[in-house]
Design a protein around this ligand. Sequence first.
Ligand code: EPU
Length: 337
Amino acid sequence: MKFYQHQSLKKYNTFGLDVYAMYFVEYGSEDELLEILSSEVVSKNPLLAVGQGSNLLFLKDFDGVVVHSALKGITRIEETEDSVVLEVGSGVVWDDLVEHCVQHGWHGIENLSLIPGEVGASAIQNIGAYGVELKDVLQKVKAVRIADGETKIFTCEDCRYGYRESIFKKELKGQYIILSIIIKLSKKQVFNLTYHHLEKEVLQRGEINLRNVRDTIIAIRESKLPNPKDIGNAGSFFMNPVVNRKKFEDLRSAYPQIPHYFISDTQEKIPAAWLIEQCGWKGKRVGNVGVYAHQALVLVNYGGASGQEIADLAYQIQADVDAKFGIKLIPEVNFIG
Ligand code: EPU
């Protein structure tokens, strides 16, 4: 375990921003993490835990300690004829976990294929795609309190998961570092193919099985979302806004073609991508940054951009959407600095 000084974070943020951390350190065990937390460097500087940085926007260098998990285990801790319970280290790459589960015939997270990032961040963000969210399979989260190094096990209820929301983004923001998650998967053939035309697309490629569902999701994502290895981005930049029914009906009278998802009798969700596209932003480029041509919810760094340039583009989009639709888009990406 070593504290590196002036460490480039280019590998640790999928926007590919050329920013630096004053200190950078990795932990490969709980004991190492406790050692880091009780160090003098950490007592004197702000701390930031990162995975692959697929939801981070660094506005400038980070004047503090960046901590990264190297906890890589995937351990079967319970198994029955019907299900398996896994403990997964926070440093496991999320999509490696999905592939592992598909190979073993375990159902539940195949719809979350190809989501960038690591397992630790998945529990903070409650990652979701194609009708599935992490909370649907999550049983527990094991985390360490930064203030005193105490380990706590959170149940799924404790985590207060919502749409891209959790207690770790609200009341406990910046207070815990995730060690592992515990998830329960099914050995039985259960699929969730209700999202849009997902079932049709799976069937077009073959029969309904884990491998084919995973491959279909990967193909859909690759057709819409840029690979951060080629073009810097953080997936969806904003959350899809939820509006009350009166607001939705007003919007529908003005824009009868507005896409929407039923949430409850009082609420409707609207795709932010549609709102952004209607404001004329889709495919637009401003200097080194822009709005992706195949998905208007994705802001991209064409190379050499600063975090501030991306933030400025986001502010312009927010202002335009607010002016046209009276809706305030909330970033899904976390601004640092
Ligand atoms: N749409 C447009 N213009 C576009 C793209 C989409 O008008 O350029 C409209 C269409 O009506 C389309 C609808 O938006 O039917 C929804 O688009 P899509 O299926 O691509 O999903 P999304 O709402 O834009 C959300 C998640 C994604 C997740 C997909 C699939 C959020 C913020 N984003 O995107 O998650 O992969 O659904 O489930 O909820 C991420 O969080 O980084 C992410 C990529």
